[in-house]
Design a protein around this ligand. Structure first.
Ligand SMILES: [Zn+2]
Length: 295
């Protein structure tokens, strides 16, 4: 299987500008679908399927966000800001198949927001009023920080061992809201289906989605308070099994959901996540929720 990056200096170059939030969201979703397609094809080839047609990717320094000629520094002009987890398995630009200068990325364990993160976003909002159309919170499945927070929620005696410094406590404490909301949602939807998942896997699997929504809700409020430039806020969760950024567990398409704007919307979303998880087929559920991370 061949993947060919092809540069033709005489080919017309498509405009890179993103006109609005809908276009920004579409570009991120399409980028994730390209990533899924590429990796899936390689995996199928590994399993012995015959090689498909080569994938030809037209590139130019400009589409890569780099200078067309030697020298010079591009003006910074990201079309989206992304708040993601520091997890090494979820590199933001790769997951969304985006280039240099496309994304303004903040990565913090558990994709929580502290004052430095918010300050960086304020800077982005103030500096990129023309280009920045969207802010995205990107959670991911099997998150070590969320797992630890859920463990502390379920077994508070473990808190003393993991939250040994102020810095670690500040992450674990912020994640307790998601752990509690996920727990309540599972309780409310507990009779949806039989499941072989243990309590820890269930709680963590729902909490990663709820946590992305909680951060998006808080961020939406911060951005509206900050002032004139208020790009749309959305969130999604990267799933290792599907390689998709998705709105709900078990999704078969890539997607980003608009940030909830109230506690009521957040509660409804948490219940939707719990129901989606509990109604996935058993094999997908087990694979998707298998615990791999420890703090
Ligand atoms: Zn994580």
């Amino acid at each position: 299987m061949d993947v060919i990056y092809r540069y033709d200096p005489y080919a017309p170059i498509e405009a890179r500008g993103v006109p609005n939030a809908a276009a920004a969201k579409q570009r991120l979703i399409e980028g994730n679908e390209r990533f899924v397609d590429l990796v899936s094809r390689m995996q199928q080839r590994t399993l012995g399927e015959s090689a498909s047609e080569p994938i030809v990717v037209p590139v130019s320094p400009l589409t890569m966000g780099l200078p067309l000629f030697p020298g010079g520094t591009p003006t910074q002009a990201p079309f989206a800001a992304v708040v993601g987890c520091a997890d090494a398995r979820v590199p933001t630009e790769s997951v969304f198949d985006q280039a240099f200068n496309d994304l303004f990325v903040l990565r913090v364990a558990g994709n929580v927001l502290g004052s430095e993160g918010l300050g960086s976003l304020h800077y982005a909002l103030k500096s990129f009023t023309e280009s920045l159309k969207m802010v995205v919170v990107l959670g991911h499945a099997k998150c070590g920080a969320v797992t630890t927070a859920c463990d502390a929620y379920r077994c508070p005696e473990t808190y003393a061992d993991v939250a040994v410094t102020h810095e670690l406590r500040s992450i674990i404490d912020q994640l307790q809201i998601a752990a509690r909301a996920a727990s309540l949602a599972l309780e409310a939807k507990g009779d949806v289906a039989e499941t072989t998942l243990d309590e820890r896997s269930k709680l963590t699997s729902v909490a990663v989605y709820v946590n992305a929504a909680v951060t998006a809700l808080a961020l939406g409020r911060e951005i509206r308070m900050f002032g004139a430039h208020s790009p749309a806020v959305a969130f999604g969760v990267y799933d290792f099994d599907s390689m998709r950024v998705q709105e709900l567990p078990g999704s078969t398409v890539s997607g980003l959901r608009s940030a909830p704007e109230s506690a009521k919307e957040l509660t409804a979303y948490a219940r939707e996540v719990a129901e989606s998880l509990l109604t996935m087929d058993g094999e997908t559920q087990a694979r998707s929720c298998q615990m791999t991370m420890q703090w």
